[in-house]
Structure formats: C-alpha cells, structure tokens
Design a binder for this molecule. Structure first.
Ligand code: FCB
Length: 497
C-alpha cells in the first residue's frame, strides 16, 4: 500500500466540521506557543482587543508603490441568477441540489445576487479603494453545454463588469475556471476525459477574444488540487466522487487544460498576462523523527510539487510518480508532449495560502495550531512567508500575486448594526506583515487579494461560514462593511500597516 493511500489528505471543509475553534488532535503547545500568540482565541475571530506588540512592530510597514491591493470572489459563490440569460447547469448546480450534499441544503441559485447587483458591488469596491478585483467567469454562462457557439448574454455580463471596474480605476483579474464545470461535460466524463481539457481551451479562446482587450491578467484554473482532493478523493465537493485513481487522472487533465489555455492566449494575439492559481500548503514534519521528515517530503509532492513542477519545470515530481506507480491511471494517461504543453511559459504565479500542514512519520496529518471556523484551517501567518519565499527560491523570480487569503468568522451584526470582526483584522494584519517580509527578502509579490470581498456560498458549507470583508444579509441582500473592510480601506489608503 502506497503512502498515498495511507495518508490523510487535508480534508477541507467537510460536512462533519467541528465547532468553531475545536481542536481535533493534540494541540502541541511547544511548537505552537509563539504562533498561537498571534492567533486570537475562538478560531481567530473573537473581538478582544488586538495584540499590542505586533500592532506596534508592524505599524509603519509600507508596501511597494503601485502594490495591487485587491479582493477576490468566484462566480458560483456570489452571482446567483442560475437560470438566467442562457446560463447552463454546472456540476455545482447538480451537487448543491442533491440532498445531503451541502449544509442546510444551501445552493448558489441566488447566493449574493451579484449578477443583478454588480453595479452596487462595484461601488463598494470603489469605496474600499481596491486597486485589483479578482473574479471568475462562469463557463456555463458562456457555453451552456461546455462547447460550441458562445452565449452573447453571458459575455455581455462580464463585459459590463469589466467596463465598470475600469470606470472605477480597478484592474480586473479574471479566473477562467473556478470549479463550475458545465454539467454536460461532466456527463461525458468531466475532467477524467482528456477532451475536457481541449474544450476548456476552446472556451478560453472565446473569452480571450471577447474580453481580452480589457483584462490585463488571466488566471487559468483555480486550485486544481481542490478539485482532485475534495471532488474526487473525499467527495465533499462536486462532482462528489471517491475514486483516488480517477483523482490523479483528473489532476493531469486539469494541468493539461491549464497549459492549453496558456497556449490559446498566445495564439489569440490578445495581450494579457496569464498564470495558474494554486493553493499551496507549506508542509512541516509533525515531530523531529527521520520518518516524519521523509513523509513530509512526499506529502509536499502531492500538495505542491505535483502542480508547481509540472508547470515550472516541465516534469511531474519523481517521488509522486513512483508513489502512484507506473500502472496508475494518471501515469498511463500522460502522452508525449503533454508536459511541454503544461509548462508553456506563464507570466505570473497566483498563490492562495490558507493553512500549513503537519505530517507525521506515518504520513497522516495532525493539527498543531488553533483553527478558524473552518476546521481544516490552522492559523499560521508565517506560512505565508514560507510559501512565498519557497516558490521564489525553487521556481525562480516569476511575478507573484496572492489571489486568496482570509478566514471565516461568525460575524453577526451588533445592536447598532455594525459588525466587529476584530479577529479578521488581526489575521489579515499578520498575513500582510508576513508578505511584507517576503517582499523585503526578494519575493516579487505584486498584489494581494483578500478572500473574500463579500460573504458568499462557501461550497459544501453553504452560507454558514462568512468569509467576506463585506457582510451580506441574505434575506434583504443588504451589504454592510465589516470592521475589517473599514480597516482594509485604511491599509490601502496608507499602502501599508
Ligand atoms: C478556496 C477557494 C475559494 C473559497 C476559499 C475559502 O480554496 O478557492 O472559492 O472557498 O477557499
């Protein structure tokens, strides 16, 4: 049995999530002590007075001129309007409408109703002072069945959004695929089918030609690893499979789709820049044993190098290939020339950082630090520094953008209607400071997008977890700046802490 089959992959946002801040496996005080000090109690979300020490030492940190302060969202999580203007069904429509798949049976049918309220949301972005906005384009709005003639009404929506950003002086950053695969393609095998990678490149080409003159930065596929692990190993994300052999086949086709989309941009003659959006997890041994060090190395292969090496080095990591075995569906699916496509030169790397992973000698993971309301997320700002410096060290000075970082808090409006998410302020401040140290140490970090602009549909967790800078009252769809939004506006204004 390979280490892979024994190890516990990071299980994200499982329905069985424990209560906020719950500690699952032995909180190891020694290692955690210094770090825990930087995480507030109650999963980093209490509203106790912020830590004085860090506040003082971080105060005055200035970011490079033109630093791209931003916020991020994705289509299915905010848009709603699931059946409007010719939108087809995606795997997430199917999944969320299947009983028992999401918390409280929540779906993205209405979500934050952004499709109708985008103009108001653009004004919120201007009020925040955002310089960059990262959103995703819903493939089923552009091609209801995943191929063929584009749906002009879908393209028009994104054209209006992009124009509205430019009118407000905010740079658009568009993700081509944030998990909402057209259901028709899933019916033909989804990402297990190599053809889906080709369809993705065709769709990308349509979008480049329609919007390319106005979108300076494109991201190909959001977090391929999450599709692999949550969608195909654990099954708590769409399409809800539990099939490890299929999972790594899917990984290869997602990577192939990425490379083909990069090539499609170059071929289209459109001038934008393009790169992958990878969620990277710094992996640390859980103890000082040689076994833990060895297991951590392989774990890192599955979490990070599988995606980074194929794109930046043109080869899948040998240790992961050996662990999968020569007869694995993935290894058998790799054709001559595939790695050349996957490693087509990119212009930037988008990094999404949420949590570290601690690996035992047996290849499983343990929790060492306080978590947020998301049980998979341990609070470790230094991980941001480690991830950013590591990619620069190992993969060269490719420009980096942080496209996601944030945490869920149990935000409830107080009697006066304000939302005091002091824990989010501390969390972001600590992560910004870590990013600043990385820049100081030579990382070409150009921009930083907080996840998320708005509270939204957090996949299998539905609307229960609130990740936004801006509170959304889902009954009235009223938006309210949380304390963190006010604070972030000041950070942007000062260009620093
Ligand atoms: C990331 C996803 C994003 C959101 C955050 C919390 O993995 O890309 O859509 O769910 O986690």
């Amino acid at each position: 049995m390979s280490l892979l089959t024994r190890r516990r992959l990071l299980r994200r946002a499982a329905l069985s999530a424990t209560a906020a801040g719950a500690v699952r496996t032995g909180l190891v005080g020694a290692t955690a002590a210094g770090i825990a000090a930087s995480a507030t109690a109650l999963g980093g979300c209490d509203s106790s007075p912020e830590r004085r020490t860090d506040q003082e030492s971080d105060a005055g940190l200035r970011f490079p001129p033109d630093f791209g302060w931003g916020a991020a969202t994705s289509a299915y999580q905010i848009e709603g309007a699931a059946k409007e203007d010719g939108r087809g069904e995606s795997v997430w429509d199917t999944f969320s409408h299947t009983p028992g798949r999401t918390r409280n049976g929540d779906t993205g049918d209405v979500a934050a109703d952004h499709y109708h309220r985008y103009a108001e949301d653009l004004d919120l972005m201007r009020e925040l002072g955002l310089r960059s906005y990262r959103f995703s384009i819903a493939w089923p709005r552009i091609q209801a069945d995943g191929s063929g003639r584009p749906n002009q009404r879908g393209l028009d929506f994104y054209r209006r959004l992009v124009d509205g950003l430019h009118e407000r002086g905010i740079a658009p950053m568009a993700t081509l695929f944030h998990w909402d695969l057209p259901q028709a393609l899933q019916d033909d095998g989804g990402w297990e089918n190599r053809d889906t990678a080709e369809r993705f490149a065709d769709y990308a080409d349509v979008v480049f030609r329609a919007l390319g003159d106005q979108v300076p930065v494109w991201l190909t596929i959001n977090e391929p690893k999450t599709v692999v692990q949550n969608g195909y190993i654990w099954g708590h994300h769409a399409p809800g499979h539990q099939d490890e052999a299929a999972a790594y086949l899917v990984a290869h086709h997602l990577q192939l789709g990425h490379g083909l989309a990069v090539q499609a941009l170059r071929a289209s003659g459109v001038s934008g820049r393009i790169g992958p959006a990878l969620n990277l997890h710094p992996c640390y041994p859980a103890d000082d044993t040689a076994e833990a060090a060895t297991a951590t190395r392989l774990y890192d292969g599955y979490e990070n190098r599988l995606y980074l090496d194929s794109i930046f080095k043109g080869a899948y990591p040998q240790d992961v290939l050996a662990d999968l075995g020569p007869d694995s569906r993935m290894v058998r699916a790799v054709r001559d020339g595939d790695l050349k496509i996957i490693s087509s030169p990119v212009d930037l790397l988008a990094v999404q950082y949420y949590t570290p992973i601690y690996v035992t000698g047996g290849g499983s993971t343990v929790q060492k630090l306080p978590t947020t309301e998301a049980e998979w997320q341990q609070i470790y700002p230094e991980g941001m520094y480690d991830v950013l410096t590591r990619v620069t060290r190992d993969y060269g000075p490719v420009p980096i953008t942080v496209t996601e970082n944030g945490l869920p808090c149990p935000d409830v409006p107080g009697p006066d209607g304000t939302i005091d998410d002091a824990g989010r302020v501390s969390f972001l401040r600590d992560h910004f400071a870590a990013a600043h140290r990385a820049i100081r140490d030579g990382v070409p970090l150009k921009s930083y997008h907080v996840w998320s602009l708005l509270d939204n549909f957090e996949w299998d967790q539905g609307f229960e977890q609130r990740w936004g800078l801006v509170y959304v009252d889902y009954r009235s769809q009223r938006r309210v700046f949380k304390r963190s939004a006010h604070w972030y506006r000041d950070v942007i204004h000062r260009n620093g802490l």
